[in-house]
Design a protein around this ligand. Structure first.
Ligand SMILES: [Zn+2]
Ligand SMILES: [Zn+2]
Length: 265
């Protein structure tokens, strides 16, 4: 009998997750589009207008988020019900950031391999919808089929059952992934710097943008090390990040007031 209220709780959690994720997708997406539009110098593919696909991508996201949020709510619900291999570890000031980093590293590995699966036969046809966005925008993050949504996001369904991180870690990670994924698809570079090119492993916005514009490179999510290791990093990725840094720096007003005055004359 206890299964009935439990199932009701799961449905409520799923609905709440969907409302929060889809609602913040619309609000944050609109705000970020407005804000990034004020920085044309940061546009990665200036000749393409990805916003033309906005309505199609919002519709596709409304569908795929049913699966994404179902995976997350399912994992959280089962974990809260105690269906886990191990008891969750305690959350302390030092264990929380370590577990968060552990979850992000695990997800990056998961994402790299399921994403490569999505580029291989016979699964490729289920991943092509996401690649209709050649110049991605904030709206493209969830423009996925159910196959993409399930293979990529079922991390949050299975990991809470087998990895002893407490629910707060998975909630924080999914929240981070939500906004990071939208910014990572925005088409505007805000993360270019020495830490996002060789020899450092962080991925800038250009990293996944190049995945959309060139298709067969840069499969990972947060870091570039899986692509470097497996030989799938775009050969011009590091130089593209450096070129973007120089472009952004060149468009800034001169730091030296004397130079600024000279320019005004
Ligand atoms: Zn892909
Ligand atoms: Zn993408």
């Amino acid at each position: 009998m206890a299964l009935v209220p439990s199932f009701t709780n799961f449905i409520l959690l799923w609905a709440l997750t969907y409302a929060l994720v889809f609602g913040s997708y619309l609000v944050f997406g609109a705000a970020f589009t407005w804000w990034s539009g004020r920085h044309p110098e940061r546009k990665i593919q200036p000749r393409r207008d990805g916003q033309k696909r906005r309505n199609k991508e919002i519709k596709a996201s409304a569908r795929s988020l049913i699966v994404t949020c179902g995976c997350f709510a399912g994992g959280l619900h089962l974990q809260l019900m105690g269906y886990t291999l191990f008891a969750p570890w305690a959350l302390t000031w030092w264990s929380a950031p370590l577990m968060f980093l552990g979850s992000v590293l695990l997800f990056d590995t998961w994402f790299y391999w399921v994403h490569r699966l999505g580029h291989a036969e016979p699964f490729k046809k289920y991943h092509l919808l996401h690649h209709q966005s050649v110049a991605p925008t904030v709206w493209s993050n969830y423009s996925d089929t159910f196959f993409d949504a399930f293979t990529q996001q079922s991390f949050f369904l299975f990991m809470p059952l087998i990895v002893p991180f407490p629910p707060a870690i998975f909630i924080a990670h999914r929240t981070f992934d939500h906004f990071n994924g939208m910014i990572g698809h925005s088409g505007f570079e805000f993360a270019a710097g020495p830490s996002s090119r060789a020899p450092w492993p962080l991925a800038s916005v250009t990293f996944h943008d190049m995945h959309h514009s060139t298709f067969n490179y840069n499969y990972a999510n947060h870091f570039s090390f899986w692509d470097r290791l497996m030989g799938t990093l775009h050969p011009r990725y590091d130089s593209a990040v450096l070129a973007m840094e120089e472009k952004i720096a060149g468009d800034r007003p001169a730091e030296d007031p004397a130079l600024a005055v000279k320019r005004e004359r």
